[in-house]
Design a protein around this ligand. Structure first.
Ligand SMILES: C[S@@+](CC[C@H](N)C(=O)[O-])C[C@H]1O[C@@H](n2cnc3c(N)ncnc32)[C@H](O)[C@@H]1O
Length: 372
């Protein structure tokens, strides 16, 4: 299928699944109003390559089908993400006395600071979700952001929020595959990516596209999801954790930190910063919202988030979803999604505790000035 046909099909499918008035509903309300047969087909498309196998042939299929796989994954999980987490789909570091939303914004500000984003810069957000980070970074720095995303539903939502919050003149969101960017070379002053490029079937390819569209002298800053140096692919316990993360987060293959480091260098970047922010031994770990550890909740406001994201909260949601699916209120296949998200949470926490996995491997890299 050609790229144009794939796009048309995905756009048409999004309309069928979510209807026309994307944006007015979000979270649980959006989830139960989806077209039921389209939702079933999205779930089937997402899970078709996830059958517990990690042999080369199965992995190759997942890598090959990365675009449709991820598109389908975000078609079925976006409402759950917004319901549980908000409109920035990433982890953060947490300090004592700091609430969830403040930590999330600070994590974004830190990346903007590392990328040296300034007022008036034209910035690319690679894999922009529903635009939470782009809105925050545009407000924080005064830059203009173009968000790139291959999920039509998220793009529509991001546009809707930008308008709602009076940022439509600073932000734009476009459909595209970050493995084949259509922007002209040397377009952007800065590029950032938050927990998104891990969906790439090949890191070198997405980094080389970023290198191409960045102006010479421009900076790329990324929070990358990688398996750390402690990870051993041949250790079945380790591989199980990586598989849970892959399955529940729609990632064709989790790569190691070394693969990311080499990829950045191979495409020509000068790597200025390599800092695993999850390795700082913070008193409150980045994965705390997924655990049942009440002691980390900072204030009453965070309680609502914690109640949804913690083990008990997720159990409550998946039981409710299963019951709603049984009586036909929730679309068929919804339970499979909550089960996969549960596997992700288990793998993320286990990987985080054992320091086998990090969702915040910070790389800051520059495109040398003397390049075209
Ligand atoms: C975990 S979400 C992070 C979203 C956003 N960076 C944030 O922090 O809120 C990953 C994002 O990457 C996008 N994505 C995945 N594969 C992509 C691809 N091939 N091209 C463009 N975007 C992609 C997804 O649609 C999703 O928006």
């Amino acid at each position: 299928m050609s790229e144009t046909e794939l796009r048309q099909r995905q756009a048409q499918f999004t309309k069928e699944l979510h209807g026309d008035d994307i944006g007015s509903k979000s979270g649980f309300k959006a989830f139960i109003s989806k077209n039921k047969s389209a939702q079933k087909s999205a779930v089937d498309k997402y899970l078709k390559h996830w059958d517990g196998k990690v042999d080369k042939e199965t992995e190759d299929k997942r890598l090959e089908d990365y675009n449709e796989g991820t598109h389908s994954y975000y078609n079925v999980v976006t409402d759950f993400y917004e319901y549980g987490w908000g409109s920035s789909f990433h982890f953060s570091r947490y300090y004592k006395g700091e609430n969830f939303a403040a930590a999330c914004a600070r994590h974004e500000h830190y990346l903007a600071y590392q990328a040296e984003i300034k007022k008036g810069d034209l910035v690319l957000d690679v894999g922009c979700g529903v635009g939470g980070p782009a809105r925050e970074i545009a407000r924080f720095t005064g830059c203009n952001v173009i968000g790139l995303n291959n999920n039509d539903y998220q793009i529509a939502k991001a546009k809707w929020y930008a308008k709602k919050f009076g940022l439509a003149d600073k932000l734009d969101f476009v459909k595209g595959d970050f493995m084949k960017m259509e922007f002209d070379a040397n377009t952007f002053d800065k590029v950032y990516a938050i927990e998104a490029t891990c969906h790439a079937p090949k890191l070198e390819q997405v980094y080389s596209e970023i290198y191409k569209v960045l102006k010479p002298g421009g900076t790329f800053a990324v929070y990358e999801w990688v398996m750390t140096d402690k990870y051993d692919e041949n250790n079945p316990e380790h591989r199980k954790i990586a598989y849970e993360i892959e399955l529940g987060d729609g990632i064709p293959k989790m790569f190691t930190k070394k693969v990311a480091q080499d990829a950045l260098k191979n495409v020509g970047f000068d790597v200025l910063v390599e800092d695993d922010l999850a390795a700082k031994d913070d008193e409150i770990p980045w994965y705390y919202p997924l655990t049942g550890e009440w002691k980390y909740v900072q204030n009453l406001g965070d309680l609502a988030t914690f109640l949804r994201t913690s083990y008990l909260g997720r159990k409550f949601t998946s039981t409710m979803v299963a019951a709603m699916e049984k009586v036909g209120v929730a679309p068929e296949g919804s339970s499979k999604v909550t089960n996969a998200l549960e596997e992700a949470a288990v793998g993320l926490v286990a990987g985080g505790r054992a320091k086998l996995f990090t969702p915040m491997m910070l790389f800051v890299a520059k495109k040398p000035l003397d390049t075209k």
